[in-house]
Ligand binder design. Structure first.
Ligand code: UDP
Length: 321
C-alpha cells in the first residue's frame, strides 16, 4: 500500500493508538507531536519501522512536509481538564491556529482531513443523551471554555474548509475514552482512580459522585475513527460508549477490580463540571455500522494490567482548580 497518513498528536494517548492501527493496516505514518502532553514512549516501539516517521513540531507554527499525504488526522491538543487548565493558551492555539495549519497542509496535499472534536462541545448538556444536532451549553469564559471553545472553533473552520474548498473533511466528537497509555498523572477519572487504587491511596471523588460519564475503551474508539475516516459522511459523528455510569459507580468498580484497600474521599466539584454525559450513537450505528464491543469491566481489566506493568505512581493531587 502506498498511502501516507499524517497524525498530529501522534505521540498522545489516542494518536499513538491510531499510529498503530494505520501501520497495522499497511499505511505509512508521519507522527507529528510537540510532546507537551504526548510522550515518545507511546510510539517507541514504532521508531525502527520503515513506514513510521516521528517529527517533533508545534503545529501552531507553519507546517512543511515533503512528499504526498493522503490523510491528515488532527488529534493534537491537551485533552485532560488538568492539562487544559495548566496550558489554557496552548489549548486555544492548537485548536485554532493548529487546526488552521493542519487544514492548510491537507488542502495543499489534496488530502482527506479529520478533526478530533469532543463531547465537551456540548458543555454541561441540557439534552440527554447528546445527539449531534444538539448545539450545547458551554460557558465561554469558564475554566473549561479554553478547550470547549477551541474545539467549537475547530469544528467551524473545518466545516468552512469543507464548504469553501470542497475538501473531504470529517469531524469525530469523542466521548470519554480510556485504556492503555493513559498517564498515571493524567488527572482524568479512570487513570487517577487506577493510580490511587493500585497504590492504596484514597480515591478522590469530586462532588457527590452522582455526575455521570460513559466510558469507551480505546480499541473500540480507534475502530470507529477508522470507519469514519473511510466513510462518505462530512457531518460530525459522536463516538463513545452509551453505557452511562455515575462516578461513584466507577470508583466502586475500580476498587473491586483492583482488590484495593483504598477509601473513597470527597473533594470539591471543579467549576462547570458537566453533570451528565452520554452519547447518542445512532448516527455512528447507521452510517458506520459501528458500536463499542468492550464492556467497562473488560476494558478496565486490560487497563489495570497496563498500569501494573508500566510506570510507577507519580500521583499528585492537582484538582480542583
Ligand atoms: N473526577 C473525580 N475525581 C478525579 C477526577 C475526575 O471525581 O480524581 C470526576 C470529574 O469531576 C468528572 C468525572 O470524574 O465529573 C470525569 O472527569 P474526567 O476528568 O475524567 O473527564 P471529563 O469528562 O470531566 O472531561
Amino acid at each position: 500500500m502506498d498511502k501516507r497518513v499524517l497524525i498530529t498528536g501522534g505521540a498522545g494517548f489516542i494518536g499513538s493508538h491510531l499510529c498503530d492501527l494505520f501501520i497495522g493496516k499497511g499505511y505509512s505514518v508521519i507522527c507529528l507531536d510537540n510532546l507537551v502532553t504526548g510522550t515518545l514512549g507511546n510510539v517507541r516501539h514504532l521508531i525502527k519501522n520503515k513506514s513510521f516517521k516521528f517529527v517533533k513540531h508545534d503545529i501552531t507554527k507553519y507546517i512543511t512536509l515533503k512528499g504526498k499525504i493522503d490523510y491528515v488526522l488532527h488529534f493534537a491538543s491537551p485533552a485532560s481538564p488538568v492539562d487544559y487548565l495548566k496550558y489554557p493558551i496552548k489549548t486555544l492555539k492548537v485548536g485554532s491556529l493548529g487546526t488552521h495549519n493542519t487544514l492548510g497542509i491537507a488542502k495543499a496535499k489534496k488530502a482527506k482531513f479529520m478533526l478530533a472534536s469532543t463531547s465537551e462541545i456540548y458543555g454541561d448538556p441540557l439534552v440527554h443523551p447528546q445527539k449531534e444536532s444538539y448545539w450545547g451549553n458551554v460557558n465561554p469564559i469558564g475554566p473549561r471554555g479554553v478547550y470547549d471553545e477551541a474545539k467549537r472553533f475547530a469544528e467551524a473552520i473545518t466545516m468552512a474548509y469543507h464548504k469553501t474548498h470542497n475538501m473531504d473533511t470529517k469531524i469525530v466528537r469523542i466521548f470519554n475514552t480510556y485504556g492503555e497509555r493513559m498517564r498515571h498523572y493524567d488527572g482524568r477519572a479512570v487513570p487517577t482512580f487506577l493510580d490511587q487504587t493500585l497504590s492504596n491511596k484514597p480515591i478522590t471523588v469530586f462532588g457527590s459522585g452522582k455526575q455521570t460519564r460513559s466510558f469507551c475503551y480505546i480499541n473500540d474508539l480507534v475502530d470507529g475513527i477508522y470507519k469514519l475516516v473511510m466513510s462518505g459522511t462530512n457531518q460530525p459523528v459522536n463516538l463513545g460508549n452509551p453505557h452511562e455510569f455515575s462516578i461513584m459507580e466507577l470508583a466502586r468498580l475500580i476498587i473491586k477490580l483492583t482488590g484495593s484497600k483504598s477509601q473513597i474521599i470527597f473533594k470539591k466539584l471543579p467549576v462547570d463540571d458537566p453533570k451528565i454525559r452520554k452519547p447518542d450513537i445512532s448516527l455512528a450505528k447507521s452510517k458506520l455500522n459501528w458500536e463499542p464491543k468492550v464492556t467497562l469491566k473488560e476494558g478496565l481489566i486490560r487497563t489495570i494490567r497496563y498500569f501494573k506493568q508500566n510506570g510507577k505512581s507519580v500521583y499528585k493531587y492537582r484538582y480542583p482548580v
